[in-house]
Each structure stands twice: as structure tokens, then as C-alpha cells.
Design a protein around this ligand. Sequence first.
Ligand SMILES: C[S@@+](CC[C@H](N)C(=O)[O-])C[C@H]1O[C@@H](n2cnc3c(N)ncnc32)[C@H](O)[C@@H]1O
Length: 379
Amino acid sequence: MTGPRMKYMGSKRAMLRNGLGHLLDEEAPKHKRFIDLFTGSGSVAGHVAVRNAIPVIAYDLQEYSVAVVGAIVARTRPLDADTLWKTWLEAAEPLVHDVQPPVGPWDSEKSVYAAREWCAAQLMLPITRAYGGHYFSPLQAVWIDALRATIPTAEPQRSVALAALVHAASQCVAAPGHTAQPFQPSTTALPYLREAWNRSVAAKTSESLNRVSAQHALRVGQSCREDANVAAGKLHADDLVFVDPPYSGVHYSRFYHVLETITTGECGEVSGSGRYPSAERRPKSRFSLKTESELAMRELLRSIWHSGATAILTFPDHDCSNGLSGDLVRKIASEFFKVTEIGVASKFSTLGGYSEVDKREKGRAARKSAKELILVLRH
Ligand SMILES: C[S@@+](CC[C@H](N)C(=O)[O-])C[C@H]1O[C@@H](n2cnc3c(N)ncnc32)[C@H](O)[C@@H]1O
């Protein structure tokens, strides 16, 4: 997929150019459907959908992932982005002007705290109230609220617009990596915060809209918010299934709650410096619990095997912080399937993904090169 660049933990975008894309191009045409059980940013689902005349069905626990991926896999025609943007902008712009957010300059700790105070008082603007002055400047946050409130109602325009807004927000967010911790206005981080706060939400949304509108599937597919282990109970023997589960012992929702809030439109009260919504609003995965990940993986692979489907599974080839490892995943897979192994060198996010042992060497770089397994699982 040539889509907007969303920073995504474990995104397979690099691997698509490094062996995985070729494998999918070879395998997908032999199957009736392509099922992505942990779709995330949708790099793989999108890659298959735009190249193959088979429906792509994508699952994830996070709403925003479902929204972003659905905007492409569920649509078979390009959209006229210019007309869509013109109408949307005309509806959103007056709302921003009515609110008149403060516009900086954000050159001191004091000015950032004043921005936080102003945003916290905007009770009718959910994104501004929760995240303005932290992940976004007041102006950015008000733009996101205004664009979210005036999103087109007809499909597929609505899905495409929502996906564009999520992509734009992920590109503007003032945080070192994902949305787990915003930059604080310290002497060292203030320049980064100011640079991020000066990005234009409207311009990024318009750019993303152009890109998303142009991409479409060759057959109508869909995206659903569903647990992979439940979805695996609905597979067919002629499906090709892609399995790219979490490797981190920290739930994904910790890193993506801002995008989740933008998608659902509200988040209730937030707390802490990360501005997290309450725990029960954040999706939890058995694959991110050390005590459950092995069983969850075994149950998943057993269900896929029962269906008769072929699967492609990717996993980091080392010990991971969720208790799984390349070796354990190989072992579980071979309990059920005939396994063909393809190894590729890949860069992936280390955020939360490394085990205690690996953390010792982690300080050197935020991202590190490591081998990632590709297993083809057949009957
Ligand atoms: C390694 S990422 C997938 C990355 C994806 N292949 C890409 O290219 O962006 C794992 C994804 O699985 C999702 N997830 C975690 N547990 C899940 C479950 N039980 N069922 C479905 N999705 C789950 C997470 O929300 C996350 O988006």
C-alpha cells in the first residue's frame, strides 16, 4: 500500500519490500479470500487488496485500525478527493474561527501551560479538552475537533475522510514515537514540541485525503473490530490468512489511544502525563499478556488449522516481552502445520517489544535491525 506513513509498531511496510511482498504476490492469487487477523496500520491488507481480485477481510481490536484499513479494502473505486475536501473544509473552517484558539508562539514553558489551561476549559470539544496543549497545539486540536464534527455522512466518503483525519493526526502528534507520552515543555524538548505544534492539520488531512481516495481494492472486502481468535473460527479452507500478532507485553492501546479517540469521537476523562482514557476503554489483548500469550497463539493456530486454510505468519526471531519468541512460535506452528521458513532482516520498533535481556543492549538505538521470521503454514 502506498498510503500515508503512519508510525506503527510492527508495521510490515519495510518487509513488504523485503521478501514478504513477493511471497504475498505469489500466494494470494491461489486463494479465494485474504484474511488479515491483526491488521494494524493495514500495510499488508492494503498491499493485497490493491493488487488481487479477491476480497480482503481485516480484523483488529482497535477501532482506528479498522477505520483506516476499511477505507481502502471495502471500496473498489477511487473517490474525488478535491470535491470531498472542498465541502468538508467549508463546513469545518467556520467552527475553528468561532472558537478562536490561541496561536502561540510556543516559546516558553509558561506559554505551553497556558495552552493546556485554555484547552482543558473547552468542554464541548472532546479532542481539545483531552489532548490539546499536550499532543496537539490548541489550533491543531480545534481543527481535529472541527473536522471530526463535520465529517461527511455518506459512505464511502465518511470512511475515507475519517481515515485521512487519523493519518493527519498521527503525523502531527507531538510525541517522540507513538502517543504514549507527549513532549514536555522542557528546555531540550520544547523545540520538538514547537515544530510538531506548527504542523498544519488541515494541510495534512488534505494530503492524506488525496492519497487514501486514490487507493481502492479490486474486490469489495471489509474490516471488523473483532478478536483474531474469534475471527479464526470463521475461516474457509481456500483462505490465505496473515498472522502478525503483538510481540510486546504492553497493550497496543497504550500507544494509540489518541487515534482511537479521534475515531470514536470521545474518550471520557483522561489522566496522567500520557493523557490516557480509563483502562476499561482501552482494548486488551491476550497476546500482550505474558501469562496468556502462548495459549492464545496455540488456540489461534489450532483454529486456522481446523479451517483448512493456508497461513503466513510473521514474528520477531528473538525473545519478546510478551513471553513469545521466534523459537516458541516455530514450535507451536509445527504442532499443527507443515512449516516453511523464510527469514528476513527487518527494522522494527523496539517500543515495549524486547524482553528484559534485550533491554540491556537497547539503549544504543531506538530502532534496531533484527531478523524477522516469515513462516508459511500449510496442511
Ligand atoms: C504487530 S501489529 C500488526 C501490524 C500490521 N501487520 C501492520 O503492518 O501494521 C499487531 C496488531 O494486532 C492487534 N491485536 C492485538 N491483539 C489482537 C487480537 N486478539 N485480535 C485482533 N487484533 C489484535 C493490535 O491492535 C495491533 O494493531
